[in-house]
Design a binder for this molecule. Sequence first.
Ligand SMILES: Nc1ncnc2c1ncn2[C@@H]1O[C@H](COP(=O)(O)OP(=O)(O)O)[C@@H](O)[C@H]1O
Ligand SMILES: [Mg+2]
Length: 333
Amino acid sequence: MIAITKSMKEFMKDHPRQKYIFFGGKGGVGKTVMAGAAAIWSAGQGRRTLLASTNPVHSLSNLLGQDVFGKPTPVEGVPNCHAFEIDTRDTIERSKREIREKINWFLKFADITTKAEDFIESATMNPAFEESAMFENMMDLMFKDEYEFYVFDTAPTANARRLLGMSKVYSMWVEKMVKSREEAKSLREMLSFTKKKEDKDPLLDYLLSLRERMAHAKELLTDEALTAFYFVTLPESLPIAVITRFINWFHEFGIPVGGVIVNGVIQKEQAGTDAAEFVLNRIKMQEEHLRTIEKIFGDGVRAVVPLFETEVKGTHMLHRMVERLFVNNGGTV
Ligand SMILES: Nc1ncnc2c1ncn2[C@@H]1O[C@H](COP(=O)(O)OP(=O)(O)O)[C@@H](O)[C@H]1O
Ligand SMILES: [Mg+2]
């Protein structure tokens, strides 16, 4: 139905240095499954691979049928592959603690007697804080550089987009803060009778290091050789609309788009002409949406993956998914 110009496999071959890959798309389209399959594939190539998720609903543990929560855990029966469901609550608590320390220090430094709690509340009680904690988490993993290949099973679309937009806002904010901190610091030194230089400024140090980390993350995330975001869709109108919007945003942000994976396609031959009416209708509906997909994404389609007879669970089924995701050649599917 869809002519694939460049398959997932060929695209990977063209990007041998690819190291950070992400899966985006509407909820329920198969992002976690594809992330799992990609990790298994990469590990099978002999690369030390980490499959990481910030999804709080234990989707990876569920997919793999083993507890991978809280720390990178070897995936049973798959050499070179670790899976890691990041403990979001723990990250958020840790970030809150760090922020609290910095705010307390700053209030003392600036001789402000307001209760620190008010500041801390307003700094941490918003959804952006949670996401920035997640972003820092991801950056930490990337910078530690303990793996050769990273597969991130990202949260649903809107969050991932904010995550990226945030990196821009974040660095602007840090820039501004650093500047006013530097001014405040030199003013303080000028007014100081002792002529003693302020030699420690944890807040400024933190902001400088944050700025550096953000810049580094942006460098990695916008490097076409290293990074690719793949978008998963079903042959249905809403998931198609979601990734269309998403891909446009990504182009705006200069984030490399790896391509589109079409999932859940019913195999016509398997259904036969005497299948129940709703099955035949569904096949017809899918065919129409597949045409739309071809029109919108054209040679950006990397794979067309069939609907399996059951949900995809366990490494055995993931291996089957790998075969369908990384088919030998493009050609017509
Ligand atoms: N090709 C497929 N065939 C059968 N079931 C699938 C297929 N792809 C995904 N699923 C199932 O669909 C559900 C949603 O997939 P999941 O990867 O969790 O989606 P997402 O991460 O995008 O929310 C899961 O139960 C999964 O096993
Ligand atoms: Mg998921």
